[in-house]
Design a protein around this ligand. Structure first.
Ligand code: PMV
Length: 313
């Protein structure tokens, strides 16, 4: 049979994570890391899923009630596309590190959907792929905003705001940047589940909604200023906004020791701005480094973390 490969993009959130779950704007961009998937026919009589890098191997249970948490999210795809009865093998190659705030789960969902789309010639549109990946994200963490699957699908920098009501379309605006924005991603190595940090923020918000809504509004306002700064290529201003955003995320208590160390290292070595990216609680940071990019990356590595130099736009 023919080998079909398909991919979903990893992403960073430059401004607006967590607040985006409550209806604020957020800015996200793809990074040159992707999850790839391949679908092949077999004679095994079931859907077999392999993720060699993670040592994951399972036969998808036909009855959703019997699936464990790992199977549940991706199982949605096979149910929805009515492929649960097929005999196939799906192999996944995740180049996006797991649970590092880089949108790995959404990228995986998109890659698997695209692999099935190509293999079975389903002719799915990007909108359909995105909508299905969103349903997987909702299973993975209850109140997903939809930003991860949107960037994983379209692979472009964008401004995002979730729909006011369930069933309505979110606001998605592609961002055209005058020039590339040079960043360093610092990866803490501490795995953290977005569902957990999103849940923590929700509990805190429920105790004092007025106070937390105020923080979300500030994040919303600085995100919109950030879009202006990006479009004008005013990186000093963008850096300030990233630093303030990190302070507010810290107020939401989604930072960690490792994240704080990474942010301090980046700023100390010349980053104009540095903040956690994605769910937090560990995971990754993003630093804006028009100068000293190599210095920042080297300092992060010297401290025992991983660093990646990427451009967005
Ligand atoms: O940790 P990631 O890469 O899944 O990013 C999550 C972003 C949040 O705003 C925290 C949650 C969401 O659904 O938008």
């Amino acid at each position: 049979s023919v080998d079909h490969r398909a991919c979903g993009h990893g992403k960073i959130i430059l401004l607006g994570e967590h607040a985006v779950v409550y209806g604020s704007h957020a800015v996200a961009a793809p990074v040159p890391l992707a999850v790839r998937a391949v679908a092949q026919d077999t004679k095994s009589g079931g859907v077999d899923m392999f993720i060699p890098r993670w040592g994951v191997e399972y036969r998808l249970h036909r009855d959703p009630a019997h699936r464990d948490s790992f199977q549940r999210s991706l199982g949605i795809i096979f149910d929805e596309l009515q492929l649960t009865d097929r005999s196939m093998r799906i192999e996944v190659f995740p180049n996006v590190p797991r649970a590092m705030g880089l949108g790995g789960s959404a990228a995986m969902a998109v890659a698997v959907i695209r692999a099935l789309d190509q293999h079975y010639k389903l002719n799915l549109s990007d909108e359909e792929i995105n909508a299905l990946a969103f349903r997987c994200e909702e299973v993975a963490h209850g109140s997903a905003s939809g930003i991860d699957n949107t960037v994983a699908t379209y692979g472009k920098p964008l401004l995002y705001k979730r729909a006011g009501k369930k069933g309505e379309a979110p606001m998605v605006q592609e961002l055209h940047l005058p020039k590339r924005i040079p960043l360093v991603i610092g990866i803490s190595g501490k795995e953290s589940l977005t569902a957990v940090t999103v849940g923590k923020v929700r509990t805190a918000w429920q105790r004092n909604p007025a106070l937390y809504d105020g923080i979300f509004q500030q994040i919303d306002a600085l995100t919109l200023q950030g879009v202006e700064a990006m479009q004008q290529y005013d990186l000093e201003r963008l850096g300030d906004l990233m630093n303030i955003c990190h302070g507010l995320l810290n107020a939401l208590r989604v930072s960690s020791w490792e994240v704080e160390e990474l942010v301090q290292i980046a700023r100390e070595h010349g980053a104009l701005g540095a903040k956690l990216t994605g769910g937090g609680g560990g995971g990754s940071i993003v630093a804006l480094c028009p100068q000293n990019r190599e210095k920042v990356a080297a300092a992060i590595r010297d401290a025992g973390y991983q660093a990646m130099e990427v451009d967005i736009g």
